[in-house]
Design a protein around this ligand. Structure first.
Ligand SMILES: [Ca+2]
Ligand SMILES: [Ca+2]
Ligand SMILES: [Ca+2]
Ligand SMILES: [Ca+2]
Length: 539
């Protein structure tokens, strides 16, 4: 059931149930209907499904065929599904039986997997047209991997602009899978409108071994796969209903400041862009530097951008700090050594840059430098400590992550603040079995991302399938709260200039820049049409 947002809305719903619908439409205006919780907020996409709580449950026995769905019947699976939509999204959930959990190690090869795909003849014209919509989940050793696809001449390939999300889990011989799919086309037109005239198909993958090649596939509505040109007249109509009135989050008008970000949607090495949140105007700042770019920081006067970069992403000794004007001129390398230098941040008056320099094996020190002369001012980090991810408070103190409070060698770093001269160190976070990264701060609060495992995220292959939460902690150390904890990878939160909103990155098989309010409600994709964002700042 879709839950009402507030108790008053619940009462209205109960009243309307008791009274029945108003005849003649005299009272049933849009304005006085209760606002319902949006589908995107009601259903947690964690791969665990309760079909009875979704709606009408459909069930069908499906033959699973070898030779990629073109051969003999090897077994039969029972597929059950239910769907629910509002005015923005379709939620559709599945359960089916499979005696073996087949999965692969993403670091090795796509050599054996189970999965599910859903494809749409969006306009219901009886043929799968180029760019009509599809989505897929495959099982890895650590969790499922989601892709936003579109129909292509020979099969389905990834969308340039990714949307939606999905997750699947396996337990006791049964898969659960769920998708949240936008009802409107994406910015590249690679998805279509979904409505009650849309036809859809579901593909179940079993023991698919690409290198052999071999694999079993079953179809809800008959094959073949999701190539453009496939005839869809036998496909079922989507269980879509005309939506009611929902309390949908709205993107605020009048956002201020400037966003700088790195994306690799035009260059795999990454390019720097600016985004004006008042006009939604994206401007490309760099033009093929020949470097792998990371860690962008915008100056407070919004005229200069600091970042770190190397000839390749793994050329650690040659990561150096650079600056470039926001109009793309005056690219300068401002460190030059055989150390990994990274994570620059401008001081409140832009006169200094603080950055992390790996001056001992595996341990970084926080270095303040003059942003004009590039002369080093101070190393804030005592010998033996590992400090990183520095940023400045407006009052001139520095917030960062550190191993100073933990067991020697532990990857579980905590957030701290310190005076710019290295005195008055205060620990702000201390949650066992986690590590905290990339803080930014006002004078009263800091926000950061929390990796919810006790391992070293940089070497734990399951880190990309684990929950990363956005957490806010008080600078006085008195309390903290989760702003976003939905099981996905949420990272790099940054305040807007007013402190009322934050931009953050969400990784769900792609990475987009999203806006939340200061209490953690997701308001939607802030930078439209770009879903390969690597880093972000807002001043
Ligand atoms: Ca299987
Ligand atoms: Ca079509
Ligand atoms: Ca798509
Ligand atoms: Ca898309």
């Amino acid at each position: 059931m879709i839950k009402p947002v507030r108790k008053s809305a619940l009462l209205l719903t109960l009243l309307s149930l008791l009274i029945g619908s108003c005849g003649g439409g005299t009272h049933a205006t849009v304005e006085n209907k209760p606002l319902l919780m949006p589908v995107a907020e009601h259903f947690v996409i964690d791969g665990v499904v309760d079909l009875a709580a979704v709606g009408t449950v459909h069930e069908k026995a499906i033959d699973i065929l070898d030779n990629f769905g073109n051969g003999a019947v090897v077994k039969t699976a029972t597929l059950r599904y239910a769907a629910r939509n509002d005015d923005r999204n379709l939620y559709i959930a599945f359960e089916w039986d499979d005696a073996t959990r087949d999965s692969f190690d993403p670091a090795v090869a796509l050599d054996n997997f189970d999965g599910i795909a859903i494809g749409f003849d969006n306009d219901g014209n009886g043929v799968l047209d180029e760019n009509e919509d599809a989505h897929r989940l495959v099982m890895t050793n650590y969790g499922s991997a989601y892709s936003d696809l579109h129909a292509h001449l020979t099969d389905a390939i990834d969308d340039a602009v990714a949307d939606g999300r999905g997750r699947m889990t396996y337990s006791a011989g049964e898969y659960h899978a769920e998708f949240l799919i936008p009802l409107a086309p994406d910015a590249a037109g690679e998805d279509g409108t979904l409505n009650a005239t849309t036809r859809f198909n579901v593909l179940l993958y079993d023991h698919v071994q690409i290198p052999v090649p071999a694999g079993n596939i079953g179809y809800l509505n008959g094959g073949p796969q999701l190539g453009a040109g496939t005839v869809t007249t036998s496909w079922a109509l989507l269980p879509h209903v005309a939506p009611g009135t929902y309390d949908q989050p709205a993107m605020p008008v009048g956002l201020t400041g400037l966003i700088a970000f790195i994306s690799d949607h035009e260059n795999p090495m990454g390019e720097i862009y600016t985004f004006n949140p008042a006009t939604s105007n994206v401007v490309r700042v760099t033009n093929t530097t020949g470097l792998y770019l990371d860690g962008v920081s915008l100056s407070h006067d919004r005229s200069r951008i600091a970042f770190y970069a190397a000839p390749t992403s793994t050329d650690y000794a040659n990561y150096e700090i650079y600056t470039v004007n926001a109009d793309g001129t005056n690219l300068q390398q401002i460190t030059n050594n055989a150390l990994l230098d990274g994570h620059p941040a401008w001081s409140p008056n832009d006169g200094e840059i603080i950055y992390a320099s790996f001056r001992a094996a595996g341990k970084a020190s926080l270095i303040r430098m003059n942003s004009t002369t590039h002369a080093e001012i101070l190393n804030l980090t005592p010998a033996g400590a590992n400090d990183n991810d520095p940023d400045w408070l407006p009052d001139g103190r520095i917030v960062f992550k550190t191993d100073r409070f933990g067991t020697a060698g532990s990857p579980q770093v905590r957030i701290a603040v310190v005076n710019a001269d290295g005195t008055a160190l205060h620990q702000l976070t201390n949650t066992a079995g986690t590590s905290d990264h990339d803080p930014v701060a006002t004078n009263t609060a800091t926000v950061f991302e929390r990796f919810t495992k006790g391992t070293d995220y940089s070497t734990d292959p399951s880190a990309l399938y684990a929950a990363w939460n956005i957490v806010e902690a008080r600078i006085d150390g008195s309390s903290e709260r989760n702003l976003i904890a939905d099981g996905w990878i949420n990272w790099l939160p940054v305040y807007d200039p007013t402190g009322q909103y934050l931009v953050y990155l969400k990784s769900v098989g792609y990475t987009d820049a999203r806006l939340m309010n200061k209490d953690g409600r997701d308001l939607g994709r802030l930078i439209p049409g770009i879903t390969r964002v690597r880093y972000i700042d807002w001043k």
